[in-house]
Design a protein around this ligand. Structure first.
Ligand SMILES: NC(=O)N[C@H]1NC(=O)NC1=O
Length: 125
């Protein structure tokens, strides 16, 4: 996608396209839209990062809390966002055996109990 196209998007289109760049946090795309024009896609990315970096810790933790667990209940129920579904599938999390799923659920729960937010990593490589 070229940057002229991005810069010409109205608010609704921009949020449609970039609203889930940060999982379930369309507010970030909504805020970044106001910072147009972007010089290139790298510049657009920098604005997303800068917004997140400027948040208080509670806001940054809130972003983590918007993420679904890896191989968690939302994957089982089929309620992941399209992006998460793609990422978790690509990482093989849709085809875990029962034992692996259980172990991951235990680890997710332990992590959440310890840190107060879910374990998050970019599952897609
Ligand atoms: N918890 C967590 O890391 N969730 C995710 N990571 C990712 O790449 N896609 C997700 O849904």
């Amino acid at each position: 996608m070229d940057i002229e196209k991005v810069n010409s998007m109205d608010f609704g289109e921009f949020v449609d396209v970039f609203g889930n760049v940060i999982e379930r946090c369309p507010l970030i795309a909504a805020a970044v839209w106001s910072q147009r024009p972007f010089s290139d896609l790298e510049d657009l990315k920098k604005h997303f990062f800068a917004f997140i970096d400027a948040l208080p810790q509670s806001g940054q933790e809130g972003i983590l809390r918007c993420h679904p667990d890896l191989a968690g209940s939302e994957l089982r129920r089929g309620t992941l966002t399209a992006e998460s579904q793609r990422e978790q599938s690509a990482a093989g999390l849709t085809s875990l055996g029962a034992e692996e799923r259980l172990r991951l659920a235990e680890l997710n729960a332990q992590y959440r109990a310890r840190f107060g937010f879910p374990f998050v990593l970019a599952a897609r490589f």
